[in-house]
Every structure is written in structure tokens, then in C-alpha cells.
Design a protein around this ligand. Sequence first.
Ligand code: NDP
Length: 400
Amino acid sequence: MGKVLIIGCGGVASVAIHKCCQNSEVFEEMCIASRTKSKCDALKEKLEGTTKTKITTAQVDANNVDELIALINEVKPDVVLNLALPYQDLTIMDACLATKTHYVDTANYEPEDTAKFEYSWQWAYRERFEQAGITALLGSGFDPGVTSVFSAYALKHEFDEINYIDILDCNGGDHGYPFATNFNPEINIREVSAKGSYWEDGHWVETEPMEIKREYNFDGVGQKDMYLLHHEEIESLALNIPGIKRIRFFMTFGQSYLTHLKCLENVGMTSIEPIMYEGKEIIPLQFLKAVLPDPSSLGPRTKGKTNIGCIFRGKKDGKDKTYYLYNICDHEECYKEVGSQAVAYTTGVPAMIGAMMVMTGKWNKPGVHNMEEFDPDPFMDALNKWGLPWKEDRDPVLVD
Ligand code: NDP
């Protein structure tokens, strides 16, 4: 069918690359390009001989638009799958525009020097992508990503109107370290130490970090504490789900994680303000990332399951209705299959599916789009086929 250029070769990319290789009818050719080419070469060596996908590798600095344009012109991919960091979203979108190439990512743009993420920067590209006749698919991970597809599916098949969405992200995995993050530590800590917020009656309500706590008994995992966070899909779902009154996002954290995080915050280690250290400017959070376990090393140590999904409340045929759609994923099974833990797996699989939707033309609409703007059915089928089967609960316990 075609060729994908994958930018980044970290934890999430490794899963997406394995999955593209399993799906070689669609991904006949793949170029893996990243800052550290040796990681791309190592993965290519591991996968060659196990797949019909033809793999090449390249070095690229994705902060540099000219380098990206030269690479895209050389590789000539049908779609660019951005699995680097949110800081690179705009440079990669610029290069896709210049070369008229479709674009897919998993996280919205975040400036490196300000801990703030929102869609405005990427939505500002809408007209230019439309005029160029190319598609940008934003946030094709699990959350954001599958959570938006679940919302579109619920609206299409289960409700006349959805009024409340609670997105619940539970990681019941245990890696045995006192403190480690399951994806890029810098991005993860920026996200969880930010103020929380939710959408209600047409506006944002802001909370202090971790101010709102609930408990929930997750299928496959058990009882966990979860905390309200700001999360990017709330912003797009608030626009795209008609009749919505409230959207909240909760993520589970254990007490040990929170105690360590608080201590690191208190001593200034999570700061993104540069400081001088032995005559050199360093960013404390980047230094912290360097001493924490690499998330891609957690795979062999992590046991337990994740459970991520959405509880919907709304109306069907004039009656109140509740409906819960979720996926349970097992860390050890993911590791057996692709050598990564479930947090990378639940992001990398939808990233591959998003690239497939665009490449096969099923989700091809010039412009810049969020996941809930497309027909959810082919994506939902692909989740079942490619390792993230979903479950339904028609009488879920609600979050108060
Ligand atoms: P990693 O840090 O493991 O990987 C990032 C990769 O990007 C590394 O290979 C890194 O290179 C490369 N990279 C960084 N900067 C550049 C650059 N300037 N030029 C070229 N390559 C670069 O991160 P993860 O795999 O954990 O996360 C990847 C993305 O997935 C992030 O954007 C994250 O926010 C997103 N994500 C989305 C989720 C969702 O559900 N939607 C959930 C989890 C993550 P190097 O090897 O040299 O460091």
C-alpha cells in the first residue's frame, strides 16, 4: 500500500514500529528517523527478517524544518507519523505543509519553555492544510486518541445526546522502582504537576494540582485512587460533542509516586526554569529525566494491567442512559509481544492505526482534525484486530 516516515524512536515509537511491521500489507515501507540514529538502526536490525516491511533509517533534528523537508523529499512518504516530543509538532507540521505530506501525532504542541499545552497552535494550521489538500490527524494515542474515538462511537451508536463524559486512565502496573514514569519523564511530570481543569457548562473550571481525588474500582485492576487532571482531548471534545455539559479526566496515582513527586517539586527538581550549575546552564527537570529510569527499560519489570476508558451519560429515545467503554491491557503480555510495557503499547497501537486510517484514505479529509471528527467504526474494528480490544458496561458505577 505505501510508505510511512516515523519520527522519534523512543518507547511509543518502538511499539508503533513493531505494529507497522506486523501490518506490512499497509506499511510496505518505513523509514525510522530520530535524533539518535543508533536507536533506529538497532530496531531495524531486530525487526528485519521478521517482517515484509522494508525498513530504512535516518538521523534528523526535528526542531529544524529544513532538515525535515530534505528528509521528507528524500524518503517521499505517504504519511509522517510524529512520535518525537510535543515540542516538535509545529516544525514537523511545517515540513509536511512544504512537502504536501499527511501528518499524524499523539500529543498536542507544547512550547519547551512554557509548561502549557493546548490545541490553538495546531488548529491555526487548518486553512493551510486544507489548501494544501493534506490531512493532519491530531492526538492518535490512547488518551488523547482512543478516548475521542470512543466518544464518537458512543454518540453514533448509543446516544441521541451525550451530556457527561468522565475519562478514566488507570495504570495498575508495578515496575518495582520507588519512582519512575511510564512515558517520557519530562512530558509526564510537566503534565501531572500542572493545575487541573475540567469543562462545565461552556467554560473551564481550574483546580489546584491533584486537588480533586476520587476512588474507583477498575475492572481487571481493582480499587485505585485517581486525581483530576487537565487533559487535551477535553478541549476538542467540548467543541465536537453537541449537547455536552461536563467533561472530566482522571488518572490514577499511587501514594509513593505522589510523595516522591511532591518532594521533587519542593526541592525545585521539576522546574523548567534554567539554573547555573558548575558554569553551565541546566534545566532541573531535564537533569531529573537523565537520572530517572528510562521508560523503555520498564517493560521487563512491569506487572499488572492498565484500564483506560470513558463513562458516558446522556439521552437515548428520551430516556437517561449510562455507558462505559474501556480497554484492559496487560503489561507482561505487551512485553512478550513487542518488548514494551502497556503504557507505550496503548499509545503505539493507536498511532499505527491512525497512520493506517490516513494512508488507506478511510480518514482522509484535508485540514487539521481531531479524532472524534471521523467515522469511528473502522478505527474501533482496528483496535480489536491490532491488540486493544474494547469492552462495554451498560450499568457502570458512576464517578460523583
Ligand atoms: P521518548 O522520550 O521515549 O521518545 C521520544 C523520541 O523522540 C526519542 O527517540 C528522541 O530521541 C526523539 N526526539 C526528541 N527530540 C527530537 C528531535 N529534536 N529530533 C528528532 N528526534 C527527537 O518519548 P515517548 O515515546 O514516551 O513519547 C513519545 C510521544 O508520545 C510524546 O509526544 C508523548 O507526549 C506521547 N504520548 C502520548 C500518549 C497518548 O496516549 N496520546 C501517551 C504517552 C505518550 P533520543 O532517542 O535522541 O532522545
